[in-house]
Design a protein around this ligand. Structure first.
Ligand code: UDX
Length: 447
């Protein structure tokens, strides 16, 4: 008999994981405490923009025409407890307000709600990003508070999906990491992931703390790569070098690799910034803060980029005040193929210029609604061309494909001045220069 799976929390991670589990052939029951989210998912809709996810939901959500019916949703914990052999916990762990540490309250409350309903053997699998030591604590809680006692086991299985590629990353992960205490948990997880493992995905079995640390270590490494290249961009700016060429050249070294070496206004989103901060906070609690002091520097290089972009814009406008200047901002989300504006460098730069008196008009292909909610006082335009109309300077701040396909001549005719600042280093300088634009990118020579 095939395993029955529940997924607790239906945000980015949970909604994608639930749909992917159904795609792998399992019967899946998803839970969220927000009934409106459940209602949307039951219609095959997602609360966020994620390529391919709605298609996957429509293929499996019960009650939708032509679906396999393998995926259902509920808000009822008792139903979850009775249904599942394996329960995935996919709730978020945001940064605590005003602190570096991560807020474990959603994970803790999910486990507390689930425990009384685990009446027989069950495996609870944490996927959320948590401070090292959490799994040990939660395993003890489950054993003590579940009617199943020691038969309610815990495992930790970090998730590495990227927004914009969530479906692809979940169905075809680079690796699967499981932190387990016993053979039963490993056996069940091998069954869950039999398809990707059969297709060659490495399956790494380890203990709780290592599994928890793999996730924070991976995100810290990625953040370090980005801040490293941004630090090189600063040096290039001072010494006249070209950071894009530098990245290309060092990237040819297999040991370094070419990915995540794109200089620009830095990283944002709901993961990298809060994960490195939570990691530092946890290391501090463990008395290992010295080991991670470099992450403070990674964070500050990253945050500095935003201010540097603002200064580049000021300089391009002749220095002095932004008052009365029209600034077009292309991009509001923290990355392309997402509508997520959490800790978005683009929106931060737009906001800083606006607060300094600039007349900012933002356009983003998918992030407009979220941006308007977060920053209602900025100007918004319905197209890139409309945003650029009458602008004294254009800032390219999120690397959407749509922006690479813009016609520089058409935009040039609409702008008040042909000055383009590329905060993501993804536009083609020659293309824009040929159309009469003064093109400036971070860490690259001016002409
Ligand atoms: C990240 C991790 O990649 C993923 O494995 C983890 O599960 C969650 O956190 P995500 O937040 O979706 O995923 O974004 P990612 O693709 O990592 O990009 C993060 C930020 O870095 C974006 O703002 C992006 O624009 C920026 N970035 C990325 C750069 O500035 N330069 C680069 O070279 C790459």
């Amino acid at each position: 008999m095939s395993l029955k799976i529940t997924v607790i929390g239906t945000g980015y991670l949970g909604a994608t994981h639930a749909a992917a589990m159904a795609e792998l052939g399992f019967e899946v029951l998803g839970l969220d405490v927000v009934p409106e989210k459940i209602a949307m998912l039951e219609r095959g809709e997602t609360p966020m923009y994620e390529p391919g996810l709605e298609e996957l939901l429509r293929r499996h959500v019960a009650g939708l025409e032509g679906s396999t019916g393998r995926l259902r949703f509920t808000t009822d914990w008792a139903e979850i407890g009775a249904f599942g052999d394996v329960h995935f916990v996919c709730v978020n762990t945001p940064q605590k307000h005003g602190e570096y540490a991560c807020d474990m309250s959603y994970v803790d409350s999910a486990i507390a709600s689930l425990a009384p309903h685990l009446r027989g053997p069950a495996l609870v699998v944490g996927k959320s990003t948590v401070p090292v030591g959490s799994a040990e604590r939660l395993a003890a809680y489950l054993a003590e508070h579940s009617p199943a006692g020691g038969d309610a086991e815990l495992a930790w299985n970090p998730e590495f999906l990227r927004e914009g590629f969530a479906v692809e990353d979940t169905l075809h992960p680079d690796r699967i990491v499981v932190g387990v205490r016993g053979e039963r948990a490993e056996k069940l997880l091998r069954e869950v992931y039999a398809t990707p493992v059969g297709e060659g995905t490495p399956f790494v079995v380890t203990d709780f703390p290592t599994a928890e640390l793999v996730k924070t270590a991976a995100n810290s490494f990625l953040a370090t790569k980005i801040s490293f290249i941004n630090a090189m961009a600063e040096v290039c700016e001072a010494g006249g070098g070209d950071v894009a060429k530098l990245a290309e050249a060092i990237g040819h070294d297999d040991r370094i690799g070419s990915k995540f070496l794109r200089a620009g206004i830095g990283f944002g989103g709901g993961c990298l910034p809060k994960d490195i901060r939570a990691f530092m906070a946890r290391a501090g609690e463990l008395g290992a803060d010295q080991a991670l002091t470099f992450l403070r520097e990674i964070d500050s290089i990253n945050m500095r980029r935003r201010g540097q972009m603002v200064e580049m814009a000021r300089e391009a406008l002749g220095g002095g005040s932004f008052l009365g200047k029209r600034v077009a901002v292309l991009g509001a989300t923290f990355k392309p193929d997402s509508d997520d504006v959490r800790d978005s460098p683009a929106l931060n730069v737009a906001g800083q210029i606006h607060l300094q008196g600039g007349q900012v008009t933002v356009y983003d292909p998918k992030g407009m609604d979220n941006a308007r909610r977060v920053f209602p006082t900025l100007g918004y335009a319905e197209t890139a061309l409309d945003a650029v109309r009458g602008a004294d300077v254009v800032l390219h701040l999120t690397e959407w494909r749509e922006f690479r396909e813009l016609d520089p001549a058409e935009l040039g005719a609409a702008a008040a001045a042909r000055v383009l600042l590329d905060g993501r280093n993804t536009l083609d300088p020659e293309l824009w220069r040929r159309a009469g634009w003064r093109y400036r990118a971070m860490g690259r020579p001016t002409a």
